[in-house]
Design a binder for this molecule. Structure first.
Ligand code: NDP
Length: 322
């Protein structure tokens, strides 16, 4: 089969498609014939060596497709089942092996591309808005990268929970998308510094929570726009890793809370994973959650897709179709 294998850490231009043997599922694993692979920042973090992986490494973690073989001990799935997964190493390929416990069955009325687009970004958005800092009416949230893949979904889920949502984006075109997703106020940060603007928009009070996936470039100012006892949910580092941090700052700025969650912490059990997936699938089915798949790429253009994600020009989800 064809697959994208990383032999040494490097840039997106180094990625090549290779012929490799079709992998066999081990105990409690399923083999999935991949129809769509989700393009994610974690692929970039692994490719660049920011997150260490064992080399050579089959790149890609998120896929949707059809079960084609099952290993011993698998009782929940059989060949022919439509499924998706956000933790199946090697999804930029024609087949991937996934741990059965992390695989989600797809409802008949949900197409595979949409389901794939939801597995990482949708379930993360659900986990951040309803798990890491549970939103409800009267809560004011600031969401960075409001027109990004997670950002558009997180905004919609936050509005659904009744919160007031302020977002930051880099361009007017992204601002229009963020508003369409339900943001109450959108700050085009290339024109206005978000720190004084959030203060102005909240009458000086600050926000209850900042959902920050940008990291290095926004971290300090995200802390500055929190109200006393507010929470910074730092769930990504699109601009780079936040340097070592003096916890005394949390005291000085008002007894703040800081958490650095991953989707995995909020899908720790199979029941929790399935419950979050069921919610986002149901909201898409009833039309209350919109998924934006911006572009698809052939497998040979996986490097191109990752470069586009990194370029900050994309909105919504990018998929590779092997
Ligand atoms: P996005 O579509 O949000 O793309 C990233 C966006 O971040 C850009 O479009 C850009 O928006 C903004 N950005 C600001 N500064 C930079 C920079 N220096 N380089 C690149 N982008 C920048 O991506 P995703 O929705 O796929 O992911 C968003 C974040 O969520 C990532 O950090 C990712 O790691 C994280 N994530 C975390 C998970 C977890 O389990 N913790 C799971 C899934 C995603 P703008 O132009 O508006 O500034």
């Amino acid at each position: 089969m064809r697959a994208v294998i990383v032999h040494e850490y490097g840039g997106t231009e180094t990625l090549r498609v290779e012929d490799v043997p079709i992998p066999e599922p081990g105990a409690n694993q399923v083999r999935v014939r991949v129809e769509a692979s989700g393009v994610n920042f974690i692929d970039l973090y692994q490719l660049r060596g920011w997150y260490k992986v064992k080399l050579p490494h089959a790149l890609g973690l998120e896929a949707g497709g059809v079960v084609d073989a099952v290993g011993s001990g698998v009782t929940d799935f059989r060949a022919g089942d439509r499924v998706a997964c956000a933790s199946a190493p090697g999804t930029y390929g024609e087949y991937t092996i996934a741990p059965a416990a992390r695989v989600v069955p797809l409802p008949d009325d949900l197409d595979t591309k949409t389901a794939t687009a939801l597995m990482s970004q949708g379930i993360t958005a659900h986990a951040m808005a309803l798990g890491a800092f549970p939103l409800r009416p009267e809560r004011v949230a600031l969401i960075h990268a409001g027109a990004g893949g997670v950002g558009l979904l997180l905004t919609q889920i936050a509005k659904r929970a009744g919160a007031r949502v302020i977002t930051t984006v880099s361009t007017e075109a992204k601002a229009a998308l963020s508003r369409a997703a339900g943001a109450d106020d959108v700050i085009v940060y290339s024109q206005v510094d978000f720190e004084p603007e959030v203060r102005r928009l909240t009458g000086g009070a600050g926000v209850h929570v900042v959902y920050d996936s940008v990291g290095k470039d926004t971290f300090d100012r995200s802390l500055n726009v929190l109200r006393p006892r507010g929470t910074l949910v730092l769930f990504g580092q699109a601009s780079g890793a936040v340097p070592p941090f003096d916890v005394q700052v949390l005291n000085q700025k008002g007894g703040l809370f800081l958490t650095r969650p991953s989707m995995g912490h909020y899908t720790a059990t199979r029941d929790e994973l399935l419950a979050r997936a069921r919610d986002v699938f149901a909201w898409v089915a009833d039309g209350s959650l919109t998924v934006r798949v911006e572009r698809t790429y052939p497998l040979e253009e996986t490097g191109h897709a990752l470069a586009d994600l990194e370029s900050r020009k994309t909105t919504g989800k990018l998929l590779v179709l092997p």
